[in-house]
Design a protein around this ligand. Structure first.
Ligand code: AHZ
Length: 301
């Protein structure tokens, strides 16, 4: 089969002319790539990553945790306020938290009404079961939401990066305000016990939204740090499962828990001592949206 010439993009065309290489596509043995140098690849990544890091050292809103609550929050906030610099910090390599599966590692995802409205907004299909809807695979919800969030020009996601501490400033009356997050590569954060001191970095922002989930190896991070930093007397601790109590409590309780810090999603259950809901995700969506609205209120005040 004769090689088929591919219409090059302007960048490819320039490279093509410069290198005098043909950009050819032939899957029967003559597939040929535009030439590249290893250093170009390194520079293409480093330049963008560190420029972004430099620019986001001062953000408008930092969202800690890219699970269903954090991502729903980012989507709503970025949509409503396209000029805000929204920076998401996610400790895992894979964003999405627990929203790649439903319950007990099964794939369908249950979302109680009225949170199904959000599915229509982001264009995810579901089966209607009356009081709730079912998405055929949780990964369909999470990957769709993630792709929409990442495509927004004002959103930056830094994954494999952990929040290790909060920046807390005091004013002249000694009133404390959360003013940023302390970050480190997650692999560094996990190795503080095995290495000598590996100091972190900071990102400051007038609003921090913590969405780190319920307690676990990394979960409930900000709620727990509030206690050790003296911003909260004690944790409420997440209570047992009760779907009907848990979901409205999480959405209605989503708020600025201390100046500069909003808690959303299951992290709030550890702060407030509210019930867990198990594998129903409507409250994560509703809480994320409410956190975004709270952030807009704080920024406007
Ligand atoms: O990796 C964590 C996950 O992706 C991330 N995270 C946690 N600590 C972090 C830190 N720095 C950066 N220090 C951190 N990232 O936060 C994300 C939390 O996502 P999640 O899915 O665990 O929480 P969520 O509140 O978005 O959703 C909870 C879903 C649950 S749990 C539950 C139950 O147990 O009853 N029910 C539902 C619906």
């Amino acid at each position: 089969m004769a090689p088929v010439a591919v219409t090059p993009t302007p960048e490819k065309a320039a490279a093509h002319v410069a290198s005098k290489y043909e950009v050819l596509e032939d899957y029967e043995g003559a597939y040929k790539f535009a030439p590249i140098q290893e250093a170009q690849v390194s520079r293409a990544m480093i330049k963008r990553y560190f420029n972004t890091m430099y620019e986001r050292v001062i953000s408008d809103v930092v969202i800690v945790g890219a699970g269903s609550a954090g991502l729903s929050c980012a989507y709503h906030l970025a949509n409503k306020q396209p000029n805000l610099k929204i920076t998401i910090i996610e400790a895992n390599v894979a964003p999405g938290g627990g929203a790649w599966l439903g319950g007990q590692l099964m794939t369908p995802m249950v979302i109680r009404k009225p949170a199904d409205r959000f599915l229509r907004e982001i264009g995810v299909d579901y089966e209607d079961e009356g009081a709730f809807v079912v998405v055929k695979h949780a990964a369909l919800f999470t990957s769709t939401l993630l792709s929409k969030v990442l495509a927004m020009p004002n959103v930056v996601l830094m994954n494999a990066t952990a929040v290790e501490d909060l920046v807390v400033h005091s004013d002249f009356e000694n009133k404390q305000r959360v003013a940023g997050v302390v970050t480190n590569w997650t692999l560094v954060a996990l190795n503080h016990d095995t290495q000598s001191c590996m100091d972190p970095n900071t990102i400051t922002a007038p609003v921090i939204i913590s969405a780190t989930g319920h307690d676990g190896p990394m979960g409930a991070f900000s709620a727990k740090r509030m206690v050790s930093a003296g911003l909260l007397k004690e944790l409420g601790n997440m209570r047992g499962l009760d779907m009907n109590r848990a979901e409205p409590a999480i959405v209605n309780g989503t708020r600025e828990v201390t100046p500069g810090l909003i808690l959303t999603g299951m992290e709030l259950s550890e702060h407030d001592g509210s019930n867990r809901m198990g594998p129903t995700f409507g409250a994560m969506i509703g809480s994320g949206i409410k956190a975004a609205e709270e952030a807009m209120r704080i920024l406007a005040s």
